[in-house]
Every structure is written in C-alpha cells, then in structure tokens.
Write a protein that binds this ligand. Structure first.
Ligand code: ZN
Length: 372
C-alpha cells in the first residue's frame, strides 16, 4: 500500500494527528491521553524523567530497528517491528517522538510502542522503560550507600549496641574502622529509593526480599570489601534465628586482605566477631574466611606469597571446625605454605575466648604453642 514518500502525504487525515498533532499541548499531553486519569498524576513525573533520557528513535535503534530518513525532515521509515512486512511502512517522527505504521495501523509514543511490542500494561511498560533508561548503576555504589545508612542506625538502636557489647566489641575505633552497622529492618528501602535507586535494582542485589521488604532485619552488619569496593554485606541476627546471612552473590576474598597480605605471619579465623575481638586486642595481622570453607579466591590469596598461617578455627563439640582446619592445613602445606593450628580451649572460638575473659597475652601464648 505504501511505496514511498512520507507518512504525511499518505496517511489518512485521521491518522495524521499522530505525526502532526497540532491541537495537543506538546508531547507530554499527548502521551497521557491513553493513560487512565488516576495513573496520570502518579506517573507523570516518572514519564518526564525517562522521556528526557530516552527518545523513541534511540529506543528503536537500541532494539536494532533499521531506518532511513523519509522525505520530511524529522521522519524516518523502516520495517514495522509490530507486524510482518517486506516493505517499510513504519514511520517515526523524531522531533515529536511519535510513530505510525501504515501496515497495521498502530501508532503512538514510546510508551505505547513498548506496550504493543512487549505486550505489557501501561504500568509495566513504565517500569520497563524506567529500567531501560536508568543510567548504569554500579552495585558497589548501592552497597556503599546501604552500609553508610546501617552505620548511622547503630547509635539509634540500643539493642544493637547491647549486642555488640555482649560479643565483646566496645572500642569505638574498632566499630568505626570495620564500619559496623545495624539493620533494624523496615527503613532501608525508603532511604535508598528516595535516593533514586530502583526497586528492581535493590531486589536484584538482595537488599530487598521477594516481597519488597528489607532483607536484613535486626542484624548487625559488616561490609565486606574487595579492592576497596564493598561487594557484599554480612548480617548477624541479634536474636538466635538464622544467625548468619550474606547478600546473594560472591563473598569475594578474605576479609580485609589488603591490610595483611604483606605480613609474613597471618592469623586466619572463620567469623567476623572473631576477627573483631582480635583486632580490638591489638592483633592486626588477622584475616577472616567467613566460614570454614575457603573459596578458590581466598585459598589463592593465602598461597600468593611464602608466609605462615595460624589457623584459628572454632573448637566446637562436633569437631567440624578442627576437621576443616586440618584439611586446610594439608592443602596449604601442599602449596608450600607453613601452617600452625592454634588450639583454643574446648568449646571455644576466638570471640568467646575474649568474651569470657581471655586477654591478648593469653592469646599470644596460644599462638606460641600452636603446632605445625
Ligand atoms: Zn505495523
């Protein structure tokens, strides 16, 4: 039906309004013609935001739409993405941000195009475009914001301070240095979405659960960094339930490895509260594997340089900590790394050792007594 020429010349009068809507108050007004009235107010701001970031033509080209200029200045023509055709009848007016297809008769703006091409509702299309047009966000930036927010919460919740005290952590310098925070639950989402982070992104990072609530609830939080960037958060429940939790995604390397990698002797512990009490007692050549099972990156770090590793895993009743310690010692020795197994009193871990009155001198004696 359409051989050549512009949409302007060939479109029936009733359709020309898509390309040249003279009576409409600009694109925004036109855009909202199709939305239900209650949606207008709620989404008006969002619409304006993404329209400034993403034009219809840019979007189509991102979707690999191939076009050539039509005879009118701001018009482009190509094959219709909405129906099968062999001759181009899909016109886009780049200035007005509108399209019209002479083949299938569909026309409208970017939002309408998304609705038709992806079979989405008005609101779904809006959410989709919001995501498409958002500037790329570095997950480390979001985790940085979350960690800072949790740090600020620590002073506002006495139960969090109380828990730290119970676990033997009282030095403000330690709390500041390790950036320990508190997630009361129920307020991170509001804080981060107000800063412009999308709900979808927060959910993808695991900061929000599938119901959209804060994933960390009543947890003391330690940020875990790699190369100076936060890559995960560890949350310790201050009640007993589901004690340990990380965000989905990798834990990365050994905790605070950059600070000990040049030490010839390194103390390895399995938990962050073990790490923290040792740091507080003045032992700075400590690192933590965040569990007894080391990932490939962590194991590689321990082996990258000749050094002695003091394995200081829990001495728990079922012997699992000591079993893991023994296996790790063998693997490290096979790589030429010297190991010493630090034997804590029965049933203890480094954290409980200090909480129950152990001091730096006593711990130093345990290090000296450690067996190869
Ligand atoms: Zn079409």
């Amino acid at each position: 039906m359409v051989e050549s020429g512009s949409a302007d010349l060939l479109a029936p009068a009733s359709l020309k309004k898509f390309l040249h809507p003279p009576s409409l108050p600009g694109n925004a007004g036109h855009l909202l013609l199709r939305s239900p009235p209650e949606a207008k107010q709620a989404v008006g701001k969002d619409l304006e935001k993404f329209k400034q970031r993403l034009s219809l033509l840019d979007y189509l080209q991102q979707q690999n739409w191939v076009a050539r200029p039509a005879s009118h200045g701001h018009e482009f023509v190509g094959l219709c993405p909405l129906h099968q055709e062999i001759r181009p009848s899909f016109y886009v007016n780049a200035r007005k941000n509108l399209f019209y297809c002479h083949g299938c008769g569909q026309g409208g703006d970017l939002l309408r195009f998304v609705q038709l091409s992806r079979h989405l509702s008005f609101r779904q299309s809006l959410a989709y475009l919001e995501q498409q047009s958002a500037p790329p966000t570095d997950p480390a930036d979001v985790l940085e914001q979350a960690a800072t927010f949790y740090q600020q919460q620590l002073d506002r919740y006495p139960e969090a301070r109380c828990y730290l005290k119970q676990r033997g952590l009282h030095d403000p310098a330690l709390i500041r240095e390790l950036r320990i925070g508190y997630a009361p639950g129920g307020n991170l989402r509001r804080h981060l979405t107000a800063q412009g982070y999308s709900f979808d992104l927060l959910q993808r990072l695991g900061l929000l659960n599938s119901q959209g609530h804060d994933a960390f609830y009543r947890r003391v939080v330690f940020p875990c960094s790699l190369g100076g960037r936060i890559i995960n958060l560890y949350g310790r429940n201050i009640a007993a339930a589901f004690a340990h939790r990380f965000l989905p995604g990798p834990k990365g390397g050994l905790y605070s490895w950059e600070q000990v990698q040049h030490c010839s002797e390194v103390i390895l512990v399995e938990g962050l509260f073990d790490y923290a009490v040792l740091w507080q007692a003045g032992f700075r050549h400590v690192t933590c594997s965040l569990g007894t099972h080391l990932n490939a990156c962590q194991f590689q770090q321990l082996c990258d340089h000749p050094r002695t590793i003091y394995l200081t895993f829990d001495v728990d009743a079922n012997g699992s900590g000591q079993q893991a310690s023994q296996q790790l010692a063998h693997r490290l020795q096979a790589q030429g790394i010297a190991t010493r197994r630090v034997l804590l009193p029965d049933g203890q871990d480094p954290n409980s050792f200090f909480v129950q009155g152990g001091d730096a001198q006593q711990f130093r004696s345990l290090l000296e007594a450690a067996q190869p």
